[in-house]
Design a binder for this molecule. Structure first.
Ligand SMILES: Nc1ncnc2c1ncn2[C@@H]1O[C@H](COP(=O)(O)OP(=O)(O)OP(=O)(O)O)[C@@H](O)[C@H]1O
Ligand SMILES: [Mg+2]
Length: 412
């Protein structure tokens, strides 16, 4: 029997969703590139994963962290930066916990003790350390130093150190952001000498991987303030909607075998989904992971029997409409005025007329070139439009909201 207690759908939680769709490129980047290269001592940049709200940035790196942890890596918890908070304190506290895991806390070496003491001070005072101790080491230097020690310990143990900082767009203080990026960037670039077989000394990077996640606004903050260093040391990916066939594939276990849930008699039963139900969920959620979980959850709640049908998906979605609409409205509201005008003008045009010239005209301007930076930001930084001939929407929920009755369900 279906009940809220046994629903595998989970909209709006940061935990790794039980029903996982897509993101294969990012997962294999971790499995096949980032982890093996850093373990082998090869240079490999940190990763910045950006995207509009609800696209699954946090969930993706949580999943990566879970895999890393299962492989024996030392992993920080997801370090969420609250608005206005000092992330150096957060990172320092996480580093101390990693040092503990690495067995450094009991180290007798003076060098390591001193590094731990300095990071302890950062954990307490954060950036204000810079202001108080004008001639002491800067917080970033202390953090890098300890990271390097943890990295050395990881080499000895053959595992990796994974750091995940989330909501990085909340770091508004330029000095803090630059200290943070330098501390992490320096640790990523740091090389140590190790003895290769045969006794030759070779230099290698430390087995450290860094993931930063947050809203696209971060790109401009980091670009303007710490531009070159940031771009050299971090590779940025902007997440976009998940393809329908990936969503369908994620629901396939429901179609073929059914999803196992406890029955009322102490045993197990299976909840199935009609192919028409799968199709309806994929259609309604427009590739948005958050809406995918929401549509699934509402379909699950729509009845209690063991088969989820298309009418149940539609009935469930009825109760999700206002939440789905606010999801998109929140994204639109965060857009700067000119970008919002742009997507609205674009949406108002017939599909084949969506050229830069036509969009500019609709916005009351003769010069398409004025819109260059706006359209570029909407494309590369935000993943909302695609500058083709004609322009198309990459954010399918924004498109559906602006150009159709969605999230209303068509009758019949
Ligand atoms: N690959 C995925 N497959 C299925 N569901 C997913 C996937 N990624 C994320 N989700 C679900 O989508 C919802 C939003 O994910 P998440 O919180 O990670 O998004 P986000 O990009 O971090 O959003 P925000 O910008 O608001 O922090 C969650 O309910 C999560 O379970
Ligand atoms: Mg998030």
């Amino acid at each position: 029997m279906r009940k809220p207690l046994n629903s595998p759908f989970n909209p709006g939680s940061d935990s790794v969703p039980e029903i996982w769709a897509g993101r294969t490129a990012q997962l294999s980047d971790w499995r096949d590139v980032v982890r093996p290269r850093r373990l082998a001592g090869l240079p490999e940049r940190g990763r910045t994963i950006l995207g509009e709200a609800g696209l699954g940035k946090s969930a993706l790196v949580r999943r990566i962290a879970k895999e890393a942890s299962a492989a024996g890596d030392w992993v920080t918890p997801q370090l969420r930066v609250p608005s206005g908070a000092d992330p150096l304190k957060l990172l320092a506290a996480a580093m101390l916990a990693l040092a503990e895991a690495a067995g450094l806390a009991s180290a007798r070496e003076q060098r390591i003790r001193a590094a731990l003491d300095r990071v302890q001070a950062v954990a307490v005072s954060g950036i204000s350390l810079t202001i108080r101790q004008a001639d002491g080491p800067e917080p970033y230097a202390a953090l890098t130093e300890l990271l390097v020690e943890i990295g050395r310990a990881a080499i000895g143990r053959g595992n990796l150190v994974l750091i995940h900082i989330d909501e990085i767009q909340n770091i508004q203080d330029a000095a803090v952001l630059s200290q943070l990026l330098i501390a992490l960037g320096d640790a990523l670039a740091h090389e140590v000498e190790v003895e290769a077989p045969g006794g030759v000394l070779v230099s290698r990077t430390l087995p450290i991987a860094v993931y930063l996640t947050g809203l696209p606004e971060f790109l401009e903050m980091a670009g303007a303030r710490s531009g070159a260093t940031f771009a050299r040391r971090f590779q940025t990916v902007t997440l976009v909607a998940i393809d329908d066939d990936e969503l369908t594939a994620a629901l396939q276990p429901f179609v073929i075998e059914g999803w196992a849930v406890p029955d009322d008699a102490g045993g197990m039963t299976r909840v199935r989904m009609e192919p028409g139900a799968v199709e309806a969920i994929a259609e309604l959620c427009c590739g948005e992971p958050f809406l995918f979980q929401l549509a699934g959850e509402r379909a699950w709640y729509a009845d209690i029997d063991d088969v989820i049908t298309r009418p149940q998906v539609l009935a469930g979605w009825e109760t999700a409409r206002s939440e789905a609409a606010s999801h998109v409205e929140r994204i639109l509201q965060r857009l700067p005025a000119k970008e919002l005008d742009f997507v609205e003008a674009m949406a108002a045009l017939p599909v084949s007329d969506r050229t830069l010239t036509q969009i500019a005209k609709r916005m009351g301007s003769d010069k398409a070139s004025d819109l260059g930076p706006t359209s570029q930001r909407l494309d590369t930084a935000r993943g909302i439009v695609e500058r083709g001939r004609p322009y198309t929407f990459r954010h399918r929920a924004v498109e559906a909201y602006l150009t159709s009755d969605w999230p209303d369900v068509p009758k019949g």
